[in-house]
Design a binder for this molecule. Structure first.
Ligand code: MG
Length: 376
């Protein structure tokens, strides 16, 4: 792929639809750079440090948490954007924001909150929750609620991993339902996959949850890479050889995403960002080979790692506690903090409880859980 091959599809910051509350331009940072900085300064961003990605921190200090995972996604996304000539600042702001709405306890925490919300005829969606965080929960500026991010960053937050269709809800109506987001936003979900599929191999290996022989037996691309690394570094310790394999896989997947996206956009014949928006499908994609490698890794992780007894037991424990704490606040709304309690006139109680729990770090969740029986 030619360097900067998609520069003509870059979303120029000067074409942004702007902020909800107009602001004067900054002397030397453009609007997307300011948005990136606002995300980094947000409280919800710092909370990512104490949210589980996949592996519980009790076992080791070296596992990814949601903050270090986010940084890995951001560097991958910037590399891809730069190689294709897309806007690096918009891409980075979106990558840094992509998990802001994640509840405690990783993916299973999200599923459990959604399960409980469905019993109330509602749903929990982490993208929508992230939008609420940047639109209103973050309170740090005198002149506006939330972070007052540009339209394109808010749009990317709600669309980075799913389409928004007409009728998806009143909060989403302004985000061009039925249209694809700019390619910068489309990249995020795939950069997220590259980051976690490879990082989870690394974390699983260091936790002793991964059998390298089994991985080589089940995943052809790992077997090929492993054979090359073994012949290249025959004397290197097994762990170093393994890390060299992970490193090679990241490089192959990133290259495949650059190649696949570049090719798809050129073949689609899109000429402007507007064409990208109106195109029937997303244009960010792996090459066919990269798609296969990515699915093979993902399948292996699901079958052999995420389902191991240690992780299953941990998920069972945190899900039961989420369910219990949720019910506790439904039964004792007076125990919610005042800022949440006050919202009962505008929102159903289950939504307030859900948003309160979703904002918690793992650590704050357990402290709240442990103190629930103390009368107050
Ligand atoms: Mg993520």
């Amino acid at each position: 792929m030619d360097p900067q091959a998609l520069a003509f599809l870059r979303f120029p910051v000067g074409r942004s639809r702007g902020r909800r509350y107009p602001e004067f331009p900054h002397r030397y940072r453009n609007d997307f750079q300011r948005d990136r900085d606002r995300v980094v300064h947000a409280r919800a961003f710092r909370r990512l440090e104490n949210k589980t990605q996949v592996f519980p921190p009790a076992v080791s200090d070296h596992f990814r948490n949601r903050l270090t995972h986010t940084m890995e996604v951001a560097q991958i996304a910037r590399t891809v954007a730069a190689a294709l000539g897309l806007d690096e600042d918009l891409t980075e702001a979106l990558a840094l924001a992509h998990d802001l709405g994640h509840p405690p306890f990783g993916h299973s925490g999200e599923q459990e909150l959604d399960r409980i919300m469905r019993l109330h005829g509602d749903v929990f969606n982490h993208n929508l929750h992230a939008l609420r965080i940047v639109e209103s929960f973050e309170q740090r500026y005198a002149r506006f609620p939330g972070l007052n991010l540009t339209f394109e960053v808010r749009e990317g937050i709600v669309k980075h991993s799913r389409e928004v269709e007409p009728g998806d809800g009143v909060e989403l109506e302004e985000y061009l339902p039925g249209q694809r987001p700019p390619i910068e936003a489309q990249l995020i979900d795939l950069c997220d996959e590259i980051a976690y599929n490879t990082a989870d191999l690394d974390d699983a290996h260091s936790a002793g949850l991964l059998n390298v022989a089994e991985l080589a037996a089940h995943v052809a691309i790992f077997r090929e890479v492993h054979e090359t690394i073994e012949s290249q570094y025959p004397g290197a310790p097994e762990r170093i050889q393994f890390l060299e394999c992970v490193r090679a896989l990241i490089d192959m997947l990133v290259s495949s995403l650059i190649e696949g996206t570049g090719r798809a956009a050129l073949e689609a014949g899109v000429e402007t960002v507007e064409d990208v928006r109106r195109f029937s499908q997303r244009l960010a994609r792996f090459t066919a080979a990269g798609q296969e490698w990515n699915s093979a890794l993902k399948g292996f992780l699901h079958r052999q790692v995420y389902s191991t007894e240690a992780l299953r037991a941990e998920r069972g424990r945190s899900n039961a506690a989420i369910s219990e704490l949720f019910q506790f606040f439904l039964d004792h709304p007076g125990r919610l903090p005042a800022s949440h309690r006050e919202r009962v006139t505008e929102l159903p109680l289950h939504r307030i409880v859900c948003e309160y729990i979703a904002g918690m770090t793992d650590g704050f969740f357990w402290r709240t859980y442990d103190s629930r029986q103390v009368s107050g």
